[in-house]
Design a protein around this ligand. Structure first.
Ligand SMILES: [Mg+2]
Length: 225
């Protein structure tokens, strides 16, 4: 099978450190600024606006607003990467999946700054664990990225793991199984809009990344009967 993973909030906790990363960035880049703690809180609030669900969107490529493509945010991504921790020993999980013969892909959206996602995957040391790294949102739409995977790896079952299930809506194909990795930090965005999930067929919910092996077994059984 092809097993595709999102990065932020799926393979790594890059959320609990957002505010701290802003604090450190302000220390590095805006030493003169008073009240850095409050600024860090404000910037965290603004950043989280970009993490909220957009049901049925993601059809387009997009360019983030100019202020997010600055040196300030580049530094912030660096600080965030330093504070990032893998979830549930995700590097070990990626290795096990490959040992079991699966094609393991990194399938995630580009950050505010071009090339930053790949840089962060390298920084945390998981870039080389993937068979392929596909980044959508800037050069490619999700659908184009998906077709790229199909073109390269064929029509076998595509297990798509992401902490933002609203991203699944309207994407994939009949051979796609959708796995929502329930990451509390981003899950709270969906609580009020849970009905949106009804639009996703073949949806599995896991709270531990290693449960992906149970999903794979279940899918094998369901699809063979
Ligand atoms: Mg994510």
């Amino acid at each position: 099978m092809i097993v595709a993973f999102d990065f932020d909030g799926t393979l790594a906790d890059t959320y609990s450190c957002i505010e701290e990363a802003f604090k450190r960035t302000l220390e590095r880049r805006c030493r003169w600024l008073p009240g850095k703690g409050l600024w860090a809180k404000l910037l965290t609030k603004i950043e989280l606006q970009f993490e909220r669900p957009a049901f049925g969107k993601h059809k387009k490529k997009s360019k983030p607003p100019f202020f997010l493509r600055t040196k300030f945010f580049e530094t912030w991504f660096e600080e965030r990467a330093k504070l990032t921790k893998p979830i549930d020993d995700s590097p070990g999980l990626l290795r096990k999946l490959k040992e079991a013969g699966h094609t393991v892909i990194s399938f995630s959206a580009e950050d505010f700054i071009d090339g930053m996602k790949v840089k962060r995957l390298k920084e945390i040391g998981i870039y080389d664990l993937f068979d392929d790294v596909i980044v959508f949102g800037r050069e490619l739409t999700i659908d184009e990225a998906f077709r790229l995977v199909r073109g390269k790896y064929g029509d076998e079952i595509f297990i798509w793991v992401d902490d933002k299930p609203w991203r699944f809506i309207g994407h994939g194909d009949g051979n796609t199984e959708y796995v929502w990795y329930y990451f509390p930090f981003t899950a709270k965005f969906i609580e009020k809009k849970r009905e949106g999930l009804a639009l996703i067929p073949h949806l599995h919910i896991i709270r531990d990344l290693w449960s992906i092996f149970d999903v794979i077994e279940r899918v094998k059984q369901e699809r063979s009967s």
